[in-house]
Design a protein around this ligand. Structure first.
Ligand code: WQD
Length: 339
């Protein structure tokens, strides 16, 4: 079977390519390299000993997509490609709606025209109405009331694909709601390589550890949580990648639209993460307590029971492994892929 992975040079995309190749799938990657490096694919091939096909392409470009589907028989698509910086989305909402929605619509249209009717979509826990619904979140909890345009694009893309599936009985859509992916492949050859100042906690911590950042700013320690810092559901990126493999298998054997959480069901605070990383790396992480970040929730973690029951998937890697693998990647790649 052949899987097209849009955004496959990115953090979650590259780890998913490893798992797909290791499980006998043929993999095609389409990526415009606007926020990632093609080097990631060379590392994926090195890890797996297999080759994949790469097209440098903007997923909004229907002609480019058409050429890819003309040249290849594609059985399923995993759609990662999209802008994903929460803060940036507030400053550039029109670019986010244009890029993230147009790419999904173009992709689904070209897929339909070529008879490819299975899509796994990279959604996010940010679609849950976290301001009015307490954690743990299950898939039936209320969504919407998103706190930023990025979150709204995930919410809207889920709906676009839900309606596509409802309009065509041959279509299978799996909307995967990720919680907080961290960690790296144990080889240390691929990992998270954000451009500019990291928005997310773990890459910021690992850049402090490797000497690229002076200290960590902890955004508030006065939340209603055990130690006052924000609590999130951190999940190893390899567990997340394996969840996509199960989602492809599900899409092949089902039609219609289904939603699944990809989380561990366990919440850890910022301080828990700092301490676990220091233990795994042996490096002290200096930090200062800073102002709360606008839009942040106190707690956000999953109820993962549906994925276990229906996908036959659950996260198996613990926090120590997430931190150890993060550090192994960062210490071997202090400046990410650009060396
Ligand atoms: C985690 C915790 C911060 C950075 C975001 C997106 C979500 C998904 C995952 C794409 C919070 C604290 C962080 C720092 C800190 N992205 N923090 N100092 O906000 O839960 O989720 O990334 O799909 O859609 O919303 O992740 O890693 O930014 O923050 O104290 O320098 O760490 O306040 O409590 P978040 P995060």
């Amino acid at each position: 079977m052949t899987v097209l992975v849009t955004g496959g040079t990115g953090y979650i995309g590259s780890h998913t390519c490893v798992v797909l190749l290791e499980n006998g799938y043929d993999v095609i990657v389409a990526d415009d390299l606007s926020n990632s490096s093609e080097e990631a694919l060379r590392r994926v091939e090195r890890i797996t000993g297999k080759t994949l096909t790469f097209y440098k392409a903007d997923v909004c470009d229907r002609a480019a997509l058409d050429r890819i589907f003309e040249a290849n028989k594609i059985d399923c698509v995993i759609h990662f490609a999209g802008f994903k910086a929460v803060g940036e989305s507030t400053q550039k909402p029109l670019e986010y709606y244009d890029n993230n929605l147009a790419s999904t619509i173009s992709l689904a249209k070209v897929m339909s025209e070529h008879g490819c009717k299975r899509m796994i979509f990279s959604s996010s826990a940010t679609v849950y109405d976290g301001r009015n619904v307490p954690s743990p979140f299950s898939e039936t909890d209320r969504t919407g009331n998103c706190t930023n345009p990025y979150g709204w694009t995930k919410f809207m893309n889920e709906q676009i694909l839900r309606d596509w599936a409802a309009s065509d009985p041959g279509v299978s859509v799996v909307n995967l709601r990720y919680f907080n992916p961290i960690g790296a492949h144990p080889s240390g050859l691929i990992g998270e390589d954000p451009s500019g100042i990291p928005n997310n906690l773990m890459p910021y911590i690992s850049q402090v550890a490797v000497g690229r950042r002076d200290h960590l700013n902890i955004f508030g320690n006065d939340y209603d949580t055990p130690d006052g810092t924000g609590v999130r559901d951190y999940i190893h990126v390899m567990d997340l990648a394996e969840g996509h493999l199960k989602a492809v298998e599900y899409a092949v054997s089902h039609t219609g639209e289904e939603v699944f959480n990809l989380g561990t069901g366990t919440g850890y605070s910022v301080m828990d993460i700092v301490k676990a990383f220091e233990k795994a790396s042996g490096i002290r992480i200096p930090y200062v307590i800073a102002e709360r970040r606008p839009g942040d929730l106190a707690e956000l973690y999953s109820d993962p029971v549906k994925s276990k029951k229906i996908l036959g998937w659950e996260a198996v890697r613990g926090l120590e492994e997430m931190c150890r693998d993060t550090w192994n990647w960062q210490k071997n790649n202090p400046n990410g892929y650009e060396g």
